[in-house]
Write a protein of this length. Structure first.
Length: 359
């Protein structure tokens, strides 16, 4: 089951992380500690989306360095916020999840508010699992202490206006950036050189990225191709030859395959699942702890974990409220256009892992 999480970083922050993604053995522990500090500070999950501010076209890739995996999951977010007071009455009649589906993502609203006030921030994250909104402030101790409370209030006001009463707000000071050593820079340059050479070969076969799952290590390289590709072995040989021609050494070339049909369906459902996850977790009344999904050929399954015990007296009422909210959303005109003829299931679980319903 795949779990949902959202974290956003500005472009400078992403560049910093990219500089740290090198595979120099002597620097392994130092880099690992540095990266893990940043992850722990954000209380991030295993899946961490990063975004470039001001860009709508986003791409997907995974880089694995010394056992640390960063999944840069970036999708096309289409938003159209209801900002006109004249539409307030109309909005009040729109089902809860549909209003979220058509409105601006919470991350984007927070980022815009921070930028409008001129605050210096390094990262903004909405972590559903811990029900926490995190902001990292860049600057001196004096600046951090000065803006910490106003930033927290700014975000809390946004949450209150949306009716999101389940989230806590955490404002922390960004970890000071440590400039890479000359050796680290050299290794980073070599990493990117390898990446570019592999990408150049893939482009000759019609692919413009290494895929959603790609991995570069000292002795092996992994990239992604659809399971319909008939030239896989030929492509692997071409990549190996290109690396040898540039005197970069011998690498074990591995290919991760995926189903284009399943990938297309997952892409269509991603915003639907995110909307359900964000909407249910943000409000205490639903008692939802986590929303995940399984993209199987038989049916696209959305799993909803609650804090309700199967023996609670209000379990049935809570389940009915969740199911009605989700079904109203999935049966609306907007989502039906996205879902098409896909079969799907909604399963709600109690905290003791029992199915409270299945539809």
């Amino acid at each position: 089951m795949k779990k949902q999480s959202n974290s956003h970083f500005n472009e400078d922050s992403l560049k910093r992380l990219n500089k740290d993604l090198i595979w120099n053995e002597k620097q392994k522990k130092k880099q690992k500690d540095r990266l893990m500090q940043r992850i722990n500070q954000l209380e991030s999950s295993k899946r961490i989306p990063y975004t470039y501010k001001g860009k709508q076209n986003r791409w997907v890739k995974r880089v694995i360095y010394s056992g640390i995996s960063f999944l840069i999951l970036i999708g096309l977010l289409i938003s159209s916020a209801f900002v006109s007071p004249a539409m307030a009455q109309i909005v009040s009649k729109i089902p809860y999840l549909n209003s979220l589906f058509e409105s601006k993502p919470l991350n984007d609203e927070i980022i815009e508010a921070l930028d409008k006030k001129g605050y210096k921030w390094d990262g903004v994250g909405v972590e559903n699992q811990s029900k926490q909104v995190s902001v990292m402030i860049v600057g001196s101790d004096e600046y951090y202490n000065e803006v910490k409370s106003p930033v927290k209030k700014l975000i809390q006001d946004i949450l209150d206006e949306r009716g999101y009463d389940a989230y806590k707000v955490q404002v922390t000071q960004s970890i000071p950036y440590e400039e890479p050593t000359p050796e680290e820079k050299k290794q980073s340059e070599e990493y990117h050189k390898i990446y570019d050479i592999v990408l150049e070969v893939l482009k000759r076969y019609g692919y413009d990225t290494l895929g959603a799952v790609n991995e570069i290590q000292p002795t092996s390289i992994t990239f992604e191709l659809p399971n319909t590709e008939q030239r896989t072995e030929e492509i692997k040989k071409q990549v190996a030859n290109a690396l040898k021609q540039h005197q970069l050494g011998d690498f074990s070339i591995k290919v991760h395959t995926y189903s284009p049909e399943k990938r297309e369906r997952e892409a269509r459902w991603s915003k639907i699942v995110n909307t359900i996850s964000d909407g249910l977790i943000a409000k205490k009344e639903y008692k939802v702890e986590m929303v995940g999904y399984s993209n199987k050929p038989t049916a696209f399954t959305i799993s909803i974990d609650t804090s309700v015990s199967s023996t609670d007296s209000d379990a049935k009422d809570t389940v009915n409220k969740i199911e009605k909210t989700v079904q109203d959303f999935l049966h609306s005109k907007e989502t039906k256009q996205v879902i098409g003829d896909d079969a799907y299931r909604i399963i709600i679980y109690s905290k003791d892992k029992k199915k409270l319903n299945e539809s």
